[in-house]
Design a protein around this ligand. Structure first.
Ligand SMILES: *[C@@H]1O[C@H](CO)[C@@H](O)[C@H](O)[C@H]1NC(C)=O
Ligand SMILES: *[C@@H]1O[C@H](CO)[C@@H](O)[C@H](O)[C@H]1NC(C)=O
Ligand SMILES: *[C@@H]1O[C@H](CO)[C@@H](O)[C@H](O)[C@H]1NC(C)=O
Ligand SMILES: *[C@@H]1O[C@H](CO)[C@@H](O)[C@H](O)[C@H]1NC(C)=O
Ligand SMILES: *[C@@H]1O[C@H](CO)[C@@H](O)[C@H](O)[C@H]1NC(C)=O
Ligand SMILES: *[C@@H]1O[C@H](CO)[C@@H](O)[C@H](O)[C@H]1NC(C)=O
Length: 434
């Protein structure tokens, strides 16, 4: 979920000093996350995708587009906060930088007479925690989808895993929010919502000695899987194939607010006939494609910075690029305002059809078309309707439907993102990033 604002204050890196760890780590912290699909998220979160349409389409005009909800995925990780601890699940978000959790006092929660089921992901009772310190500074954030959270900043201890705890971690407690799930923003400090910058959770993990670099690797798992993980401070070499290519993060107005890298081209591969069986487990994309005889059309994207955003379900392309890509995928595709995207021919979802994203002039990530075609169910006349998971947006954002095909290592200290074609695997070969 992208949070955007103008950037005024530079972050003082010298504020970081190393402190002894609170709990010992092996130099990395692995957090499993749950993959949630259509689990009754709040109305505003349900409207999320449609709200990201070009400015002249009002988000609320499109709120009738319910079928998409089934395809939405949210990556949620568990945190234990306070003493005694409250267990909360929070949406893991590379597109924002603040952690906030739902207060049990939020008047919009069912327990307090509102309509939101806050118990589903858990709430935090700051009054009950003996270690919570309110710093009496107001917190307010609103995401591009208009979801907001209003509350207070404070600090408490946060257990990331059963054995690894951070002490005095800054986070906000939302005493009023229309979302039913808190957000764990893990982006750059530059993107924090407040003007006064602070050491956010990924940076604090380094300061307290749990990791050596503010860096983490994201493995979302396949569409079918319900397991994925984020590895703070480490990289798992068993989870990708080919080279892990290191790419410099793109600057924005001389600063590093966004986890974005230059996208050189998008090419669309369509198989004329399905010839070969596709084995996603082995991720033999490149070797297969070299032997194929399909159509391959490329669209130059002029090294536009592409934000890699785990908090966004679909991917967003600016209008000019979007038009060329959709033309290459299905020249008969039609934009549908109610669906908030392009209706495409469902037969495109063939195993060997794919869209390749080329970064920094050389690194290809192949996304199977099956991951980009969303079934909307049957239309009134009985035929199946499908929508493209690439939708028009005001920014270039590659969300979960792209990230599932990539293994990505975000190194915020070195200002690089390394990416490789994912290999879905339960094997593990973890190296500490130093
Ligand atoms: C705005 O809407 C008009 C017509 O409704 C459409 O032609 C135009 O492409 C839209 N603009 C954008 C930026 O989508
Ligand atoms: C929060 O904790 C306080 C102190 O333990 C307790 O009195 C209160 O009922 C709790 N509130 C909720 C909503 O659970
Ligand atoms: C947030 O809540 C505070 C305290 O209730 C209130 O004064 C403030 O106006 C709210 N801010 C926004 C932007 O709603
Ligand atoms: C309270 O904490 C937030 C987040 O760490 C920080 O931005 C703010 O400056 C703090 N306020 C005070 C008064 O220290
Ligand atoms: C498609 O064409 C582009 C540009 O010529 C090339 O970079 C890419 O490797 C091709 N992809 C496949 C799968 O052949
Ligand atoms: C979808 O594509 C298939 C194969 O090219 C074609 O036979 C079919 O008529 C198309 N369906 C629609 C609704 O255009």
């Amino acid at each position: 979920m992208l949070f955007s604002r103008s950037f005024t204050l530079a972050f003082a890196a010298s504020a970081f000093a190393s402190l002894p760890g609170f709990g010992s780590s092996d130099g990395f912290v692995k957090m499993e996350f749950d993959i949630l699909k259509d689990l009754g998220l709040s109305t505003s979160l349900n409207d999320f995708i449609t709200s990201l349409l070009p400015e002249n389409l009002s988000a609320r005009d499109n709120s009738g587009s319910a079928p998409l909800i089934n395809e939405r995925t949210f990556y949620v990780s568990k945190l234990s906060i306070g003493n005694p601890a409250s267990e909360v699940e929070v949406l893991l978000d590379t597109g924002s930088s603040d952690l906030w959790v739902m207060s049990s006092r939020n008047p919009q929660c069912k327990d307090n007479g509102g309509s939101i089921d806050c118990e589903q992901y858990g709430t935090y009772n700051e009054t009950a925690s003996t270690t919570f310190k309110n710093n009496h500074t107001n917190f307010y954030i609103q995401y591009l989808d208009k979801t907001y959270a209003n509350g207070t900043w404070g600090t408490d201890q946060i257990a990331l895993t059963d054995s690894l705890k951070l002490k005095d971690a800054s986070f906000a407690v939302a005493e009023d929010s229309d979302s039913n799930v808190g957000v764990f923003g893990i982006g750059f400090i530059e993107l924090e919502s407040g003007l006064e910058k602070y050491i956010n959770v990924p940076a604090l993990m380094k300061q307290q000695g749990l990791i050596n670099k503010v860096a983490y690797s994201l493995y979302l798992g396949s569409m079918e899987s319900n397991k994925g993980n984020i590895l703070f401070g480490g990289v798992d070499h068993a989870k990708y194939s080919g080279d892990l290519k290191e790419i410099d993060i793109s600057l924005q107005d001389g600063k590093y607010p966004y986890l974005q890298i230059p996208l050189t081209q998008i090419s669309v591969q369509k198989e004329s006939s399905s010839s070969k069986a596709f084995d996603a487990k082995d991720s033999k994309f490149s070797s297969l494609f070299n032997k194929r005889s399909g159509d391959n059309q490329s669209i130059n994207t002029n090294s536009a910075p592409a934000l890699l955003d785990s908090g966004t379900t679909l991917s967003l392309l600016p209008d000019d690029i979007m038009k060329l890509v959709v033309e290459a995928i299905d020249h008969e595709a039609a934009y549908n305002t109610a669906a908030g995207g392009y209706i495409v021919n469902c037969t495109l979802a063939l195993p060997l059809n794919s869209v390749t994203f080329t970064f920094d002039g050389e690194k290809d990530i192949v996304v199977p078309m099956t991951d980009l075609i969303i079934s909307l169910g049957n239309s009134g006349t009985g035929g199946q309707q499908c929508m493209l998971g690439l939708v028009p947006g005001s920014m270039l954002i590659l969300g979960d439907n792209f990230l599932r095909s990539a293994y990505s290592v975000f190194n915020l200290d070195d200002k690089t993102i390394s990416i490789a074609q994912v290999k879905y695997s339960d094997d593990q070969d973890i190296q500490v990033i130093s």
